[in-house]
Design a protein around this ligand. Sequence first.
Ligand code: RP5
Length: 166
Amino acid sequence: MAMKKPIVGIIMGSDSDLAIMEKAAEVLQEMGVPYEMDISSAHRLPDKTAEYAKSARDRGIEVVIAGAGMAAHLAGVIAAHTTLPVIGVPLKSGALNGADALYATVQMPTGIPVATVAIDGAKNAAYLACSILSIKYPEYAKKLDVYRDQTKKDLEKKSARLKQQN
Ligand code: RP5
C-alpha cells in the first residue's frame, strides 16, 4: 500500500502469521495511520530482527507491533534492542494453541516491557498503537472517539432489537 512515511512497524515471525497480523494493518488503515509490514524471526533471522529494532526509531517508527507464535520471542527481542513501545501479539499455533506464545510474550524481565494483547489480538494491538500515538497526534484520539461512539451505537441498536423480540 502506498502511504506516507510509516510510523508503526508491524512485524511477524513467519508468513504463516500473516492472516492474523493483517487485521492490525486493516485497523491502522481505517484509522489513517501509516504503517510498514515485514517478516522477521527472533530465531531464524536473528540479525535481521536486531537490525530492524535498532534502526526503527531512526527510520521514523514510533510504535512496533510484533506477532509470533509458539516460542514467541520476537516482541521481546525487539524490545531488547529499542526503547520504542513494543506491543506483542501472541499467536495461536502449534500444539499449545497460543498459550506458549502468550507466556513467552508477556513474561518479560523488569526494564524491557512488552505490552501484550490477547492471543490473536492483532486488532487490539493496532487500537493500542493508536492510543499511544494519540498523545502526539490528536487526530488519532478523534478517530478512536468516533470508532468507540459507533461501537456504542451498534450495540445499543442490537440491544433494542433484542428487547423488541422478547
Ligand atoms: C513462530 O513459529 C512463527 O511466528 C509462527 O507463528 C510459528 C510457526 O512458523 P512456521 O513454521 O509456520 O514458519 O516462529
